[in-house]
Design a protein around this ligand. Structure first.
Ligand code: ATP
Length: 240
């Protein structure tokens, strides 16, 4: 099958500093894939380069999405192609209501019936957002803001969602709920690539994983195999 996303010998340079050192990543349509690794490994740089948020001047190598080369494209063009990035820190519009935030996610769409359907899907997945649809986003809890950020991405009906650190700063029970929702979004057909500090939950949830270390991919395998890999256990799962 042709991959929906492919990075070929991808490097990223901040000036003279090579933050990502020639990596290959391949994600098939329908897959849920995680990128794990220690702080500073280059995960955020990689994700932001895929979605066109880093200056293209730092990119070497190729990034392909849905059959087209995207490494020189601007972020808004990439979003319009069907790739939506949910950023770390969530970035909801705090002065707008939950419903208005969701509406913003559908700004490129004109199919009103389809938009109504997406609203229904988001509210079914996150009943908490329905209960709070008129509430200002800035007054939501951290977990609810994360739900809203994911819901807003769904409103664009993307082919693929990139997620940065979905568990960041959230209580374990909320993390569990968020990951259940992500799995469901994937089950309904959206391809997912996510970065996660909590390697345990990442490997328990995704199909495949890439382990990044100082700018390189050091391991790429099914999550099942990564979970039983001695190096991964020691370095990322806190097991001796
Ligand atoms: P974290 O989980 O801590 O965010 P990460 O794996 O996402 O880590 P990156 O944030 O991609 O790693 O950083 C990779 C390397 O690039 C680091 O050494 C970092 O210091 C460097 N870096 C990141 N952003 C910049 C920047 N704007 N200018 C210069 N160097 C940068």
């Amino acid at each position: 099958m042709a991959p929906i996303l492919e990075l070929k010998n991808f490097h990223y340079y901040y000036g003279n500093i090579e933050a990502v050192k020639g990596i290959d990543i391949r994600v098939e349509p329908g897959e849920m894939v995680t990128l794990i690794g220690a702080n500073g490994a280059g995960k955020t740089t990689t994700m932001q380069s895929i979605s066109g948020l880093t200056p293209a001047s730092g990119v070497r190598g190729e990034i392909w999405f849905d059959g087209k080369r995207i490494d020189k494209k601007k972020g808004n063009k990439i979003t319009a192609m069907g790739l939506c990035h949910v950023l770390e820190g969530r970035h909801v519009f705090s002065q707008l209501s939950v419903e208005e935030n969701l509406k913003m996610g559908a700004y490129l769409r004109k199919d009103n019936a389809g938009i109504r359907e997406s609203f229904a899907k988001v509210y079914e997945l996150f009943p908490r957002l329905l209960e709070r649809k008129t509430q200002m986003a800035g007054t939501l809890s951290g977990g609810e803001q994360q739900m809203l950020a994911i819901g807003r991405a769904m409103m664009g009906k993307p082919k693929m969602i990139l997620l940065d650190e979905p568990s960041l700063g959230l209580a374990p029970i909320v993390v569990h709920a968020i990951f259940e929702a992500i799995v469901e979004i994937n089950r309904q057909g959206t391809t997912i690539l996510f970065v996660e500090q909590n390697s345990k939950i990442a490997l328990a949830t995704a199909h495949r994983g890439y382990v990044m270390q100082t700018g390189k991919i050091v391991l790429a395998d099914t999550c099942e195999n990564l979970e039983s890999n001695e190096e991964v256990k020691k370095a990322y799962l806190g097991m001796k």
